[in-house]
Write a protein that binds this ligand. Structure first.
Ligand SMILES: Cc1cc2nc3c(=O)[nH]c(=O)nc-3n(C[C@H](O)[C@H](O)[C@H](O)COP(=O)(O)O)c2cc1C
Length: 377
């Protein structure tokens, strides 16, 4: 292949470049990976209803993330440990997002300190947060994110425990040296299952694997609506976005508790396998919140037409996880830029061919549902 022409091409190119354990960590989903697969396939069950003869000589994809302007409604989802994909890691992703004037959500588990990721540009940076049993650890991360210039906090709520990703279990995955979880001091570093077993913390067979399971910063499994959102409100005045909502019931609770946004997400199929594809969960969430907070979606977006479909179903914008990692693995900052550019170009083309000149013109009437799922070429 001389030049990647679509997102799938980046997947193949990155796979050829990355060590197997890193590739498996990025690629895998939970258990049988049904949700991971469905995240992509579900988009193909929606069809576009194009309108014609509408002067599409000018296509405007300008958008915003919580009011911060963006060149288009495509942002980068938080994904852990980007330095495994490329030594420039999160810095490269950040540079690409800055070029693109978009939005990047930095993972708590970044391999670059959060202070070194934010660029003084028009791009928006949001910080993804897990709440720990040890609350001062979380409060400290929030204060650092505020000081560094992050514009929102994204609380991931679908991870009270970590889903079982079998390839990581088989590989006995461990973040390779010299990388470390750069937002934590050394004593909080994540242990592998075998290290934990050696420390007598879990038995070797209990491969409930990496993130969240460290000595000092165990995720708080007792979190509830009534406790954690007020706690966050007390600690910060940043907008709060909940990531990992899939039902109208929880969407309504997010409204009730005064959250500023929701990301409809199943964590890229990495948590509970067999939950709905994100795009299938989006309509009920949009219908429930009735515009009272911003609704975003991630999971399975591989085409500009997928972005179009998500917007038509009511998303304010979308986030991409693995495609950015593939771009990074293929060619660092430039690779991420190319991934964003391809998705943007495809979105513009879809808009032109569907007769939509601006993001505001994309609406539910632009889509219909099809039972026919074409075989992939
Ligand atoms: C390798 C990897 C690491 C991830 N790490 C995090 C994380 O640290 N925090 C989080 O909230 N979501 C994390 N996610 C989930 C993504 O934010 C996002 O929900 C998902 O990747 C979207 O699906 P997609 O990969 O199909 O675009 C991770 C996803 C992947 C693939």
């Amino acid at each position: 292949m001389t030049q990647p022409a679509c997102i799938d091409d980046f997947e193949h190119l990155a796979k050829a470049r990355l060590p197997k354990a890193a590739w498996d960590y990025y690629a895998s989903g939970a258990n049988d990976m049904e949700t991971l697969q469905d995240n992509c396939e579900a988009f193909r069950r929606y069809r576009v209803r194009p309108r014609v003869l509408r002067d599409v000589s000018r296509i405007d994809t300008a958008s915003d993330f919580l009011g911060f302007p963006a060149s288009c409604p495509i942002g980068i989802a938080p994904s852990a440990m980007q330095c495994m994909a490329h030594p420039d890691g999160e810095r490269a992703t950040s540079q690409a997002v800055a070029q693109f004037q978009s939005c990047m959500i930095l993972s708590t588990y970044s391999t670059t300190p959060l202070e070194e990721v934010v660029k003084p540009t028009n791009a928006s940076y949001w910080f993804q947060l897990y709440l720990y049993q040890n609350r001062p650890v979380s409060a400290d991360l929030i204060r650092r994110a505020e000081r560094a210039g992050y514009r929102a906090l994204v609380l991931t709520v679908d991870t009270p425990q970590v889903g079982r990703r079998l390839p990581d279990a088989r590989n006995v995955f461990k973040l390779p040296k010299p990388w470390r979880l750069a937002n934590f001091p050394k004593e909080f570093q994540i242990l592998t299952a075998s290290e934990r077993a050696a420390a007598g913390r879990v038995n070797q067979g209990e491969m409930d694997e990496l993130t969240n399971e460290s000595l000092g910063n165990r995720s708080d499994t007792t979190l509830t609506w009534v406790e954690c959102i007020p706690w966050l409100r007390q600690v910060t005045s940043l907008p709060i976005i909940l990531k990992g909502i899939l039902t109208q019931e929880d969407a309504l609770l997010a409204v009730k508790h005064g959250c500023d946004g929701i990301i409809v997400s199943n964590h890229g199929g990495r948590q509970l396998d067999s939950v709905s594809a994100s795009i299938d969960a989006l309509p009920e969430v949009v219908a429930a919140v009735k515009g009272r907070l911003e609704v975003y979606v991630d999971g399975g977006i591989r085409r500009g037409s997928d972005v179009f479909k998500a917007l038509a179903l009511g998303a304010k914008g979308v986030f991409i996880g693995r495609p950015a990692l593939w771009g990074l693995g293929y060619n660092g900052q430039q690779g991420v830029e190319e991934v964003l550019k391809i998705l943007h170009d495809e979105l513009r083309l879809t808009m032109a061919l569907a007769g939509c000149r601006s993001i505001a013109e994309i609406n539910p009437g632009c889509l219909c549902k099809s039972k026919f799922v074409p075989a992939k070429l």
